[in-house]
Design a binder for this molecule. Structure first.
Ligand code: AVI
Length: 319
């Protein structure tokens, strides 16, 4: 990207952040969209979260991919073009491609070109000769893969990490329906989904002893100070993670430690002591619920793999 284009993209991004923050902080209860957790500092902190002893999803999913990779490859069949939604550093993509029978291509999809580069470079280094075609697109909106498939290869969507859990159920169904349209006829989707489990395990996973998840959550306020000119006092808010059993989701909040005011975009937002900003939902699924969401998005279950403790699930869905 040229410097001028990069500058325009950064300015548009800051304007969108400010608009979302003004809307979210004007709502009752106050909220901020979780997508803004991932600036470069947030992405670094999230990588650290994935290695925490309490945060079981990443290593459990990697174990399922390692242990059941051969069965997945058989169910998927040879020659698939892998389309990974939000590939992060590309580690899971490499693991999947290693298991598959003669994959035809790797197409990582992300809105941020700099993140795509890391995943594309890792995959290209691990599989010389495999066509790697990054797609710059916001996969939370409609996008086309037309003309990108390798010959007649079928698309295998790959959406690991239970990132689907950060969507509301309505958004999850909309994503699944859009993915089905983007991936085209005969497509399959390999989907990671975290499972419902006991409160203690879930709350520890989102409120670790080392305070990394707290730093990840609070970085959202630091980002608003840096990029949107807000004046949040970072010691005036504390991280809270709570399992909402009725809605089967872990919620992250930032709790105001005192009555205080914050300036943002020429406006003043007042907080009562104990008032929270709701920053993220991480839905957990029972298998029957996941099947329902998949069906509503136009997919049917072909197979499901889990770990010995039943912590996490990986689904193969067919269009
Ligand atoms: C990216 N996503 C699947 C993570 C999750 O578990 O919901 C984000 C996260 N938030 C706190 N810890 C991890």
């Amino acid at each position: 990207m040229s410097t001028a284009l990069a500058r325009d993209a950064a300015a548009a991004q800051r304007a969108a952040l400010l608009a979302d923050a003004l809307a979210g902080l004007s709502a009752a209860p106050k909220t901020l969209p979780c997508k803004w957790l991932y600036d470069s500092e947030g992405a670094r902190l999230f990588e650290a979260i994935t290695r925490l002893p309490e945060y079981y999803p990443t290593r459990t999913e990697m174990r399922i991919l390692a242990e059941s990779g051969a069965a997945m490859a058989r169910a998927i069949g040879p020659g698939a073009a892998v389309v990974e939604f939000g590939p992060g550093d590309g580690v899971k993509g490499v693991q999947l491609l290693r298991a598959l029978d003669r994959p035809a291509a790797y197409l990582p999809v992300d809105i941020a070109p700099e993140w795509l580069e890391a995943a594309a470079a890792r995959v290209a280094a691990a599989f010389p000769g495999l066509p790697v075609r990054p797609v710059v697109a916001d996969f939370t909106e409609a996008f086309a893969l037309a003309g990108r498939a390798e010959g007649s290869a079928t698309h295998l969507g790959f959406f690991p990490g239970s990132t689907i859990g950060n969507f509301t159920p309505g958004e999850a169904v909309a994503f699944l329906a859009r993915a089905r349209r983007s991936l085209g006829t005969g497509a399959k989707l390999l989907l990671g989904a975290d499972l419902v489990k006991g409160r203690a395990v879930l709350e520890a996973a989102y409120d670790d002893a080392a305070g990394i998840t707290a730093a990840f959550n609070l970085n959202l306020l630091a980002r608003l100070n840096r990029e949107a000119g807000a004046d949040f006092a970072l010691d005036g808010f504390r991280h809270r993670a709570v399992w909402n059993a009725a809605r089967e989701r872990v919620e992250m909040h930032l709790v105001s430690q005192r009555a205080q005011s914050v300036r943002l975009g020429g406006r003043v937002f007042r907080f009562a002591a104990g008032e929270t900003i709701h920053t993220e939902n991480s839905h957990k699924y029972r298998p029957e619920r996941l099947r329902e969401l998949a069906a509503a998005g136009g997919w049917r279950e072909e197979a499901m793999w889990t770990d010995a403790e039943g912590l996490f699930s990986v689904w193969l869905l067919a269009a």
